[in-house]
Each structure stands twice: as structure tokens, then as C-alpha cells.
Design a protein around this ligand. Structure first.
Ligand code: GLA
Length: 400
């Protein structure tokens, strides 16, 4: 052991301290799924500097920051034009990005931004094609901490043009484009979370971690609609083994508090995103957030499931019709159990019985109901009644 560590020390001596620091810092981002807020799901293309500042203020005053929501992410539509030197400028909605980043940082928060590998972003603004290093340096100079990199126009403008009808080659070109930006971000020396957004094409969970992706969208876009949320959840099944500290499946940003989702649907959406170790990026109108929505988003017990240090994503243990039981193994040998009424009927009309054996559990289990805060005992075959689209979420500290 002595011999080995002295070799290690000798090797270390040849690596400049700054490089070591960079590597350590880069390796440390997203050790748990990133938490924060993103402008797209509520503001979409209308977002302004003022909205970002107001949202940052609210994250602090609502207690969300203290509950773990740290990243304030500007999505698409901040981009202006490039000047003669290729330097990208912001558009008039964002007069001074550095000042905005300083403001967000002054609140004890971090700030994220958005671009894509194509000539244009999804909303038709300037993308990073041919300017990857320059853009990465620009973000770092502003103090950006997180980049969402969205494929969009790269598909028709580069992949399909360079390799018509050759799917394998198109995918290779796509992976190379993400790798290019990953390297450009690393070269800045600033720890920047790298979020891949290419809608789950070509199984990004298999290749994104190797190039330094911290999260990758696993599906198309979410919308504030139960059927869409449930469809996306189903698509997470089978992906658990790809997630872990530093690299996460991303079933898209939260719609909690958006559209016409019922309270049950908001609760179920939030619970299940925590079960699958999803990034928790709220996407609602924070300055006008209703108290019951704040309560959901700041439920510390549910957040603790999402942020569990072990970083093991949960999975569906079994389904009984449209009733599903998901489990997640947690640090310290604990376990989270979610019983989801995915369908449109009440359990009272379709009695559901909890099968503990199918979860690998034997005998009564002491559990905490994470939405009522009450201690309870789960027994084998116990009848469970839940409203349609609602969830029961338990933490079992000592599963037997
Ligand atoms: C795509 C992404 C969304 C959002 C928009 C912005 O649709 O999947 O999350 O970033 O682009 O234009």
C-alpha cells in the first residue's frame, strides 16, 4: 500500500494543481440529480431577464432554495446575433447576462443556460454550430453553471445532410457533436453541468455518461397533462441501471403547478420523478405559486428520496392492471415504495391489495407515509384505496 501511494504521489506531482482542481470540481457536479427551476414549461419564448430575477427571488423567499432547488435555468430564446468575431450576443430580453448571473449568484443560487449543436435552436434562435469553444468560453465568462444542449436543427441541417438515409452515421455525427461541446465545457475549467436534450434517440443512457453528460433526456417533451406524464414515466422502466452519481436519466422538467393538473396528479408526478431519481427542475410560475403547490415542491421527505446519496434509480416492481407499485433502494438499507393509481378509476371500485412478497419483503413493515407524515404499518395483502391519478409514497427505514 505504501509503495502504491508513493507512486500516486509522484504521479500527482507532475499534474499541475489547477488541473487537478478542475478535474475534482468537474467530477463533483450532479452527484445527486440536479434541482432547480427552468423557464421553459411556464414562460416558453416569453421569458425575460426580469422573470429570471423574480423567479430567483421567489426560490429564496418560498424556501425552495433551502429545500435544495439551486439551479435557475434560462431555456431557449435568450440568444441574439453573432458579431463579426463570431461572439454571440444576447437579445433585448436579456440586456446583460453577466449582471443577471451575478444577481442569481448573489442569492446563493446557480445559473443555467441553453443552446444546441445546430445552426438554430428549437425556437429558431442562434445555435452553437461552429462556435462551440467560443460559446463555452462565453458561458464561463458570464459565470454559467449549467448548459442544456438541445439537438433540434442539427437533425435536418447536419445529420440528414451529411449522411442521408444512413441512420448509424447520423447517430455517430450526433454523438460527436455532444462530445465536442462536452470537451469545450471542460476546457473552460469551470464546473458546468452538461444536460443533453435529444429526446432519448439512440439510447443516450448508453453513451452520454462516457462523454461527460450529467443528464440526458430519455423521451420527447413533457406537457402538463396526466396522460403525457404517465407515458413518460412508463418509458423510464428499464433505465434504472444507467443512473448514478454524476449521470442521470432525465424524464424532462416538472410540470407541477402548471396547466390543469389536479392536486393528486401534481403529487403523483412529483413522487414518481423522485422515485426515478429524476432531476427536479420546477417549471411553474413561481411568483404566483399557490401554497398547496409550494407544499408539494418543498416536501423534504420526498426530496430526500430523489436526492438519496446511493443514487440508485427506482423501478416498477409490479403492476396490477393500472395500479403500479414502484420501489427504490435507498442508502442505509432503506426503501421507498410508491403505489400509483395510474388509471382513471378509483381503487374503491377496483380493490387493490399490496403484495409485499413481490417487493422482497416479509411480514409487517414499519413505514412513514411521506404525504401525511404519519407512521403506519404495511402488511401483506392489505387493501389499499387511492384516488385516480394519486399516489401513496412510503419510506421503510428497515425493510425486512
Ligand atoms: C425542445 C426541448 C424543450 C425546450 C424547447 C425550447 O422542445 O425539448 O425542453 O427546451 O426545445 O425551444
Amino acid at each position: 500500500m505504501r509503495f502504491r501511494s508513493s507512486i500516486a504521489l509522484t504521479v500527482l506531482a507532475f499534474i499541475p494543481a489547477a488541473t487537478l482542481l478542475q478535474r475534482t470540481a468537474a467530477a463533483q457536479v450532479a452527484q445527486t440529480p440536479p434541482m432547480g427551476w427552468n423557464s421553459w414549461n411556464y414562460f416558453a419564448e416569453k421569458v425575460t431577464d426580469k422573470d429570471i430575477r423574480a423567479s430567483a427571488d421567489q426560490i429564496v423567499s418560498s424556501g425552495m432554495r433551502d429545500a435544495g432547488y439551486i439551479y435557475v435555468n434560462i431555456d431557449d430564446t435568450w440568444e441574439g446575433e453573432r458579431d463579426a468575431n463570431g461572439v454571440l450576443h444576447t437579445n433585448s430580453k436579456f440586456p446583460d447576462m453577466k449582471a443577471l448571473a451575478d444577481y442569481v449568484h448573489s442569492k446563493g443560487l446557480k445559473i443555467g443556460i441553453y443552446s444546441g449543436p445546430g445552426p438554430k435552436t428549437c425556437a429558431g434562435f442562434a445555435g452553437s454550430l461552429g462556435h462551440e469553444e467560443q460559446d463555452a468560453q462565453l458561458y464561463a465568462s458570464w459565470g454559467i453553471d449549467y448548459l442544456k444542449y438541445d439537438l433540434c436543427s442539427f437533425i435536418p441541417e447536419v445529420m440528414e445532410k451529411q449522411a442521408p438515409n444512413d441512420h448509424a452515421e447520423q447517430m455517430r455525427i450526433m454523438v460527436a457533436a455532444y462530445d465536442k461541446m462536452a470537451k469545450a465545457l471542460k476546457a473552460t475549467g469551470r464546473p458546468i453541468v452538461f444536460s443533453l436534450c435529444q429526446y432519448g434517440w439512440d439510447s443516450p443512457w448508453e453513451w452520454a455518461p462516457a462523454l461527460g453528460g450529467n443528464l440526458w433526456r430519455s423521451t420527447g417533451d413533457i406537457s402538463p397533462d396526466w396522460d403525457r406524464i404517465y407515458t413518460i414515466l412508463e418509458q423510464q422502466d428499464g433505465l434504472a441501471k444507467y443512473a448514478g452519481p454524476g449521470h442521470w436519466n432525465d424524464p424532462d422538467m416538472l410540470e407541477v403547478g402548471n396547466g390543469k393538473l389536479s392536486l393528486a396528479e401534481n403529487r403523483a408526478h412529483f413522487s414518481m420523478w423522485a422515485m426515478v431519481a429524476s432531476p427536479l427542475l420546477a417549471g411553474n410560475d413561481l411568483p404566483n405559486m399557490k401554497p398547496e403547490i409550494k407544499e408539494i415542491l418543498t416536501n423534504r421527505d420526498v426530496i430526500a428520496i430523489d436526492q438519496d446519496k446511493l443514487g440508485k434509480q427506482g423501478y416498477r416492481a409490479y403492476a396490477d392492471g393500472e395500479d403500479e407499485v414502484w420501489i427504490r433502494h435507498l442508502s442505509g438499507g432503506a426503501m421507498a415504495i410508491a403505489v400509483l393509481a395510474a388509471g382513471d378509476n378509483r381503487y374503491s371500485t377496483h380493490p387493490f391489495h399490496l403484495d409485499l412478497a413481490k417487493l422482497g419483503l416479509h411480514g409487517p413493515q414499519q413505514a412513514k407515509n411521506l404525504w401525511t407524515g404519519k407512521e403506519t404499518t404495511l402488511t401483506h395483502d392489505m387493501p389499499i384505496e387511492i384516488d385516480s391519478h394519486d399516489v401513496l409514497l412510503f419510506r421503510v427505514a428497515n425493510p425486512k
